[in-house]
Design a protein around this ligand. Structure first.
Ligand code: SAM
Length: 280
């Protein structure tokens, strides 16, 4: 089915319903259809694929996904857009829309035995919590191709040692291979966002990059270490653990307590977590 005029032009759609995109819901719609092709290419879609889309909006990306994949489940929080989408995709038997908050949805419910591909132009307001929710449900996904704020993308892919390297970098890099696919300018959306975007591809690893036996403890260690970037590890880790435990675990890991969190690799964070577990 070709794209309808209404879908292709979000501005026209909102003027027709005498409304305006909801800023709180991060409603910036793609108007450059080349971006949609690039996203579909990055996801390497085939006829056997099952896709979870978060925030289908006016369905521009959804059409491309529905024409390429076997099944598409799309979660849209905005009820007005949800109703519009249901009408628009009336003839499509392979697309299911769910009117829900993607932060309150159990993604495992959509798993029918073959792994899903998550694809989304994420609402910026909730991009990090959605990312962490997808990470938790990674056993159901073979890949995730996600458009995010460029600055968030830089933090996610940052190597150790710099200012942009933080807890989000360590927690995602520990469990996924991440590639930066392409940058997108504000001109590609309506309404125009203030900042550039980037499309990242996440491929969950079969086993974490380093040995991590307790995911929750790993997250607690990483978040404590970065709780105060200016502090040395020996101090920042005390926001989550006792002084004795911190001293002992750093010692056992061969990590100098004067180092700062941003200098530790994923592997060093994993080692520190194992020693915190053993020493406590
Ligand atoms: N996919 C469309 C596109 O690329 O043109 C729209 C993307 S727009 C950046 C984000 C979409 O996510 C909006 O349609 C918005 O209503 C929806 N949204 C925002 N918060 C959401 C949430 N918590 N759960 C599900 N959808 C959400």
């Amino acid at each position: 089915m070709p794209l309808t005029k209404t879908t292709a032009n979000p501005k026209e759609f909102f003027s027709k319903i005498k409304s305006y995109p909801n800023k709180k819901l991060g409603q910036n719609f793609i108007k450059d259809f080349r971006i949609i092709d690039h996203i579909a290419q990055a996801a390497e879609l085939s006829e056997e694929d099952e896709v979870l889309e978060i925030g289908p909006g006016l369905g521009a990306l959804t059409f491309a996904l529905a024409n390429k994949a076997q099944r598409v489940v799309a979660i849209e929080k905005d009820s007005k857009l949800f109703e519009h989408l249901r009408e628009l995709f009336n003839d499509y038997t392979n697309v299911e829309f769910i009117n829900q908050d993607a932060l309150k949805t159990d993604y495992g419910n959509f798993y029918r035995g073959s792994k899903l591909k998550a694809i989304a132009n994420l609402p910026y307001s909730v991009s990090s919590p959605v990312l962490f929710k997808l990470l938790e449900a990674r056993q159901y996904f073979s890949s995730m191709v996600l458009m995010l704020q460029h600055e968030v993308g830089e933090r996610i892919t940052a190597p150790p040692g710099g200012k942009t390297y933080g807890s989000i970098s360590v927690l995602l890099q520990a469990y996924c291979d991440i590639t930066s696919e392409f940058r997108v300018s504000p001109e590609s959306f309506w309404p125009k966002p203030k900042v550039d975007s980037v499309v990242l591809k996440f491929v969950p690893l079969e086993t974490p990059r380093a040995e991590i036996s307790d995911d929750r403890l790993f997250e607690k260690v990483v978040r404590a270490a970065f709780s105060s970037r200016r502090k040395m590890l020996g101090n920042s880790l005390q926001s989550g653990f006792s002084k004795e435990l911190v001293v002992e675990a750093l010692n056992q890991s061969g990590i100098d307590s004067k180092r700062r969190a941003e200098t530790l690799s994923v592997e060093e964070f994993a080692k520190l977590t194992e020693n915190i577990s053993v020493c406590s």
